[in-house]
Design a protein around this ligand. Structure first.
Ligand code: DPM
Length: 358
């Protein structure tokens, strides 16, 4: 029973009296509405979805959540999940979401980022080694152009080959065959899978900068679904939102897309947002890297609550000061312009052509 004096105790707001839109209870405690969360079928997707469902359950104990597994793959999940399967929200790894979402959809929450760095997972017979100490011509598995470009330059004694499939498949390919001496995966995904013990080395920014949005979960909703948007908005982590808006603005302005050798590093410190961004040729021999910063203190009190309909690089964050979000976005665009003025477009065009021709 969630009603008291006409206000639902489960939520801090009251949008659709006399029935609470979230727990759908009227004054007599009759409940009906179910919130449907779509998930892909991979173990990582399910774990990520469950963690968001658990957070929502804690925040809104009386809501009824239903998790719907979908066999949609790749980009198709973006619009089909929400429109055809009729779920209310979908949990994604932010780094898999394009910087422009299909019309009608938005990212209603970006959760606190975990370790955004990449990690080395060694073949069991190489335990104790590092990328540095692996023998000449050892084969490292990754299909990320970003990882391969940076690591080829940094560790010229190593070879890089594609490895595909979900995390379970990749770990199996590593352990049960002798094709790879090691593979590179995001530390965040490994931790979520409970495989932290397989991490032999975390790659710092001097070895390998991370992908835009890496390590953060995103909740995709219908942009016009204000009730759901309001509900998930409490999951936003303000620092993560600002970092990811800057990173996504950088990538979008470079016209990067998800499969180009572009890497970032961001930090929030003393109300400053720092963004380092880089582009690489496929073998890493050619690269451009710059850092810029901006203040993210909001001076204007009136900007504290921002218009719910405003989307920045696909993100709606009405509880994060609008001015700080604008500055973060501008930082990304400015850094992209700086790199473009130094020849980033040419590096990325060549990388894209060579990769398409492979
Ligand atoms: C994207 C890339 C990869 C994923 C490209 C990149 C890695 C592909 C590969 C855009 N999405 O990182 O340069 O290694 O062949 C992906 C993972 C996660 C989300 C797995 C991983 C989990 C971590 C997270 C695949 N997407 O990168 O190891 O939430 O950031």
């Amino acid at each position: 029973m969630c009603w008291e004096r006409g206000v639902c105790k489960n939520v801090s707001f009251n949008l659709s009296w006399p029935i609470c839109f979230l727990c759908q209870q009227d004054g007599n405690g009759k409940a009906s509405r179910v919130i449907r969360i779509g998930t892909r079928k991979s173990q990582l997707a399910r774990i990520q979805t469950d963690s968001v469902a658990d957070r929502l359950k804690e925040l809104y104990p009386d809501i009824h959540l239903e998790i719907v597994a979908m066999s949609t793959t790749g980009d198709k999940i973006l619009d089909t999940a929400l429109s055809k399967v009729r779920v209310d929200l979908v949990v994604h790894s932010l780094k898999d979401l394009p910087t422009t979402l299909p019309p009608g959809f938005t990212i209603g929450a970006v959760l606190k980022r975990e370790n955004p760095h990449d990690a080395v997972v060694l073949h069991p017979q190489n335990v104790g080694k590092t990328l540095d100490s692996l023998p000449e011509n050892s084969v490292i598995g990754t299909s990320s152009l970003r990882r391969a470009a940076q690591l080829k330059k940094r560790f010229p004694h190593l070879k890089f080959n594609d490895i595909r499939g979900n995390l379970n498949t990749r770990l199996k390919k590593l352990d049960e065959k002798d094709d790879f001496a090691a593979i590179i995966l995001a530390a965040a995904g490994l931790r979520r899978m409970g495989w932290e013990n397989r991490i032999s080395q975390i790659l710092g920014p001097e070895d390998c900068m991370y992908a835009v949005g890496q390590g953060a979960l995103a909740v995709e909703v219908r942009a016009r679904d204000v009730d759901i948007l309001e509900m998930v908005s409490v999951l936003h982590d303000p620092d993560t939102v600002l970092r990811c808006i800057a990173e996504r603005a950088f990538l979008r302005h470079l016209e990067g897309g998800c499969s180009v050798p572009v890497a970032v590093h961001t930090q929030v410190k003393d109300s400053q947002l720092y963004l380092t961004g880089a582009v690489y040729s496929l073998d890493g021999s050619d690269s451009l890297k710059e850092t810029m910063q901006t203040s993210i203190t909001a001076n204007d009190k009136s900007s504290e609550e921002v218009d719910e309909r405003v989307q920045r690089v696909g993100v709606t964050a009405s509880k994060v000061p609008g001015e700080a979000q604008d500055r973060a976005e501008r930082l990304g665009v400015d850094l992209a312009n700086l790199l473009l003025s130094k020849g980033a477009k040419e590096i990325l065009t060549v990388a894209r052509q060579l990769n398409d021709a492979r």
